[in-house]
Write a protein that binds this ligand. Structure first.
Ligand code: FDA
Ligand code: NAD
Length: 426
């Protein structure tokens, strides 16, 4: 049993949706393109899952957040794929890949062959079991990577309204889910090993602002420790979490966000890997010229910093996918991918954006007791990164532009004095 396509996208997440749109814009013919996804639904905007999807009032549901609405583009519903002759093979996991033979084998036993493959398999949530903690398959312990996980969180939240949640991890999932839990009237305690939230990105000063804001919403923080085990009732539901420092926190539900691992396993030993992902060049092409990789799974050269990076953010997924398709369909007119890293989050009424790289010396600016503040990162005498909370569209655009230009910074105190107006003047 087998089918053959010119182009196959393996994975049906954010990157797959944006790649499909780009393929149609560049004139793919009906029947040439196939998307294979383990998920039972067409590509959707994953960021919605930790924000609107979890809200108690009028939460968005599919089809409202199919890609590519997140970038203000067309909404690609299953009907759209049909009309464009794109084969959506949903609810289907690929269990092995042979890049020499150019074939993929699905768990159903079907062989799908390609001339060009785009790997867009994203990542999986790390499980507590990988840190030696058992029992995270209990019905009130939740992870969040896909729609099924988000639906489960909604169900569990409804069953413990007014109760207590312990959120494990102080990264993106932890912060965004904690906010959603509070809005659902659940009492939240966050537990993480670092001394501050969002330790991969925030400075202690930035983190302190968000932590104080969360505390004002009733969130408690237990820092510098990790969960070592769960306490269960006779039905196998978690009733408390035990921490390394000996504390026990009662819990009606637990949400875990302790990082991800890129889904590379199908290609290990076949393609070159780097930074935990599939190494690609500036055309998003892997060590095998018929195979491209995009999104969370791709480690690509960030020209601006002269380094290979793997970025776990939606903007990188969207743009790397579109660039790969341009490189495949119009190779002679497509330059090397030149990407400015961009991360953002929205929690409660707060909203921040970050551009570039958070290395070097930090200059904070703005009013940290008010609504608009930020920071610049200066490395080897140049502005390389910028962060802003509560900015306007124009201010964020200015920040992005200034960061991309990497202007020379001679005097840090001058930069501090000018603050945001420095970026607006660049
Ligand atoms: P993505 O994970 O979207 O898709 C991968 C797809 O491949 C999945 O459909 C999966 O089932 C499929 N797949 C994997 N292996 C397979 C196999 N063997 N066979 C078949 N199918 C397979 N970023 C940001 O910048 N701002 C934000 O606000 C958020 N918010 C956010 C919320 C939540 C809850 C999550 C989980 C993530 C975010 N992100 C984010 C990160 C962002 O969503 C992420 O970077 C992109 O989804 C990455 O897109 P990809 O297409 O690479 O992977
Ligand atoms: P993360 O890397 O942002 O944070 C992981 C956190 O896990 C760390 O901050 C740390 O506090 C904690 N941790 C690590 N080991 C631990 C342990 N043994 N016990 C307890 N805590 C531990 O990862 P995440 O929050 O799980 O997010 C998953 C993915 O989803 C990331 O790729 C992220 O970029 C993406 N995401 C992005 C956004 C956004 O960009 N706004 C929103 C949601 C999710």
């Amino acid at each position: 049993m087998g089918r053959a396509f010119v182009y196959v996208i393996l994975g049906g997440g954010v990157a797959a949706g944006y790649a499909a749109l780009e393929f149609t814009r560049r004139g793919v013919n009906p029947g040439e393109l196939c998307i294979i996804s383990e998920e039972p639904v067409a590509p959707y905007e994953r960021p919605a899952l930790s924000k609107g999807y979890l809200l108690p009032e009028d939460p968005p549901r599919l089809p409202s957040f199919h890609t590519c609405v997140g970038a203000g583009e067309e909404k690609l519903t299953p009907k759209w794929y049909k009309e464009h002759g794109i084969e959506l093979v949903l609810g289907t996991r690929v269990k092995s890949a042979d890049v020499r033979r150019m074939t993929l084998l699905t768990v159903a036993g079907e062989t799908i062959s390609y001339k060009t493959l785009i790997i867009a398999t994203g990542a999986r949530a790390l499980k507590l079991e990988e840190f030696g903690v058992h029992g995270s398959d209990a019905e009130n312990v939740c992870y969040l990577r896909d729609l099924a996980d988000a639906t489960r969180i909604v169900d569990v939240m409804q069953s413990c309204s007014g109760g207590k949640a312990v959120v494990i991890g102080g990264g993106y999932i932890g912060m965004e889910c904690a906010a959603s839990l509070v809005i659902n009237r659940i009492n939240v305690t966050m537990v993480f090993p670092e001394e501050q939230c969002m330790a991969r990105l925030f400075t202690p000063k930035i983190a302190s602002y968000y932590e104080e804001y969360y505390k004002s919403k009733g969130v408690e923080f237990v820092k510098g420790t990790v969960l070592t085990s769960f306490k269960f009732d006779s039905e196998g539901r978690v009733t408390a979490v035990n921490l390394r420092d000996g504390k026990q926190l009662p819990a009606d539900m637990v949400v875990v966000g302790i990082g991800i691992r890129p889904n590379t396993s199908l290609f290990e030993g076949q393609l070159t890997l780097e930074k935990g992902g599939i190494k690609v060049n500036g055309r998003l092409q892997s060590s095998n010229s018929s195979v491209y990789a995009v999104g969370d799974v791709a480690a690509f050269p960030v020209k601006l910093f002269g380094e290979i990076r793997r970025l776990e953010h939606v903007d990188a997924a969207r743009k790397s996918a579109r660039h790969a398709v341009a490189a495949i369909m119009n190779p002679n007119e497509t330059d090397e991918f030149d990407y400015l890293p961009f991360f953002y989050s929205r929690v409660f009424t707060l909203s921040w954006q970050f551009y570039g790289d958070n290395v070097g010396e930090v200059v904070h600016f703005g009013d940290y007791s008010g609504k608009t503040f930020g920071a610049f990162w200066v490395f080897k005498g140049h502005l390389v990164g910028s962060f802003l909370e509560g900015g306007s569209k124009e201010e964020y655009e200015a920040l992005a532009k200034a960061t991309r230009l990497k202007p020379a910074i001679e005097d840090l105190s001058e930069l501090e004095r000018h603050g945001l107006s420095f970026a607006l003047a660049v």
